[in-house]
Design a protein around this ligand. Structure first.
Ligand SMILES: *Cc1c(COP(=O)(O)O)cnc(C)c1O
Length: 353
């Protein structure tokens, strides 16, 4: 067990958090005149007919209980945020002293870690993936130091689409003196087991998941962080009081009642991913398709920028990653519906002809 408290910025350790009306009175009452809300209601209502005039539950208890029952993680080990991006930003604000501390990232990877670091004036140590897209464990271990507070590992990784070896990841959690953040935005499409299983063993572990991908609710903006109670308590101390709005809480509860939809579409996406890989292999200028554990494919091709422009001219937008280190020549393509994937292949074949 690591001393998590000692990793927290002094001003955050000493912070006296904002106390909202809903923090100060938590029970049920018939007349609420404590929060300067509009007692008459709201001009529009939520799907359940409820008005929007009351502030939402600041700790989203009901939603956390339901997530808890699905994920097998106690509610006190769950933080919910306005997208995973909010959890990422809070990690910087809790643990990283601006102008002094550093974080470690493993590029090519998700861009938000670096942007969040820059916003918070925290320096970034880049330990690139190996050409095989595996973690450079040896170099990472050499880089560990007390000023490196966070280590971001995205698995399955965006944009390379692979998952990292469980042994490598666990070793890094074990050895890193700071907080290891495992971003599992794409875990539902993966054969790998979630790092959630290590939460009881390591209190310096934060696992991020999201409603934006397999759950099909990117517009909702709901991200989950699973971690030791010490870390979750700091998330709750630093977060804006009402960071997850009532509409989001209600719609997420409804989505959690519809796991069938989610599981069916995960299966569908994985099947379509394999079909898309088969079809792309038949395109003459596609040189390499990397194995994917996610809902997107990284494909290396001749003249990727020209292909990108050709697709865009036909109304098909993919992500040009060809200038990204280790992804030279690559486009990142999200797995679409069968019709969308067919349109993509047909349009690529026009370029080929
Ligand atoms: C899409 C994605 C997310 C999702 O972020 P939200 O803010 O929850 O929408 C997180 N991490 C990675 C690596 C992603 O690709």
């Amino acid at each position: 067990m690591k001393d998590i408290e000692a990793l927290v910025r002094t001003n955050i350790q000493q912070l006296k958090p904002y106390s909202s009306a809903r923090d100060e009175f938590k029970g049920e009452a018939s007349v609420y005149l404590d929060a300067n809300e509009n007692s008459f209601g709201s001009p529009v209502t939520l799907p359940d007919g409820e008005g929007l005039n009351r502030y939402p539950d600041p700790l989203q208890q009901k939603l956390k209980e339901k997530i808890s029952s699905i994920k097998g993680v106690p509610p006190q080990n769950i933080f919910l945020g306005n997208g995973s991006d909010e959890a990422i930003d809070l990690l910087f604000r809790i643990f990283c002293e601006p102008g002094k501390d550093a974080v470690i990232i493993c590029p090519p990877t998700y861009g938000m870690y670096e942007v969040s670091a820059n916003i918070n004036n925290v320096s970034v140590i880049n330990i690139s993936l190996l050409p095989s897209f595996d973690l450079d464990v040896e170099k990472l271990l050499e880089t560990f130091s007390p000023s490196a507070k966070l280590l971001f590992i995205c698995s399955p990784n965006n944009p390379t689409a692979n998952s990292f070896h469980a042994d490598d990841v666990e070793l890094l959690i074990h050895k890193f003196p700071g907080i290891v953040v495992i971003d599992e935005a794409y875990i539902n499409y993966s054969k790998q087991k979630s790092a959630i299983r290590w939460l009881t063993e390591y209190d310096n572990l934060v696992v991020l998941q999201t409603f934006s991908k397999a759950w099909g609710m990117a517009a909702l903006r709901l991200g989950m962080a699973f971690a030791s109670e010490t870390i979750i308590d700091y998330f709750n101390k630093v977060k804006p009081p009402y960071n997850v709005n009532e509409a989001t809480q209600q719609l997420a509860l409804a989505a959690l009642d519809n796991m069938m939809w989610v599981n069916e579409h995960i299966r569908k996406t994985v099947a379509l991913r394999e079909e898309l890989i088969r079809q792309l292999q038949l395109v003459s200028f596609v040189e390499k398709i990397y194995p994917s554990d996610a809902n997107f494919i990284l494909a290396k091709m001749k003249d990727p920028s020209a292909v990108y422009t050709h697709l865009a001219a036909h109304g098909i937008i993919v992500r040009n990653r060809s200038k990204v280190q280790l992804c030279e020549g690559c486009l990142r393509i999200t797995v679409g519906t069968a019709a969308e994937n067919e349109a993509l292949i047909t349009t690529l074949k026009i370029y080929q002809a």
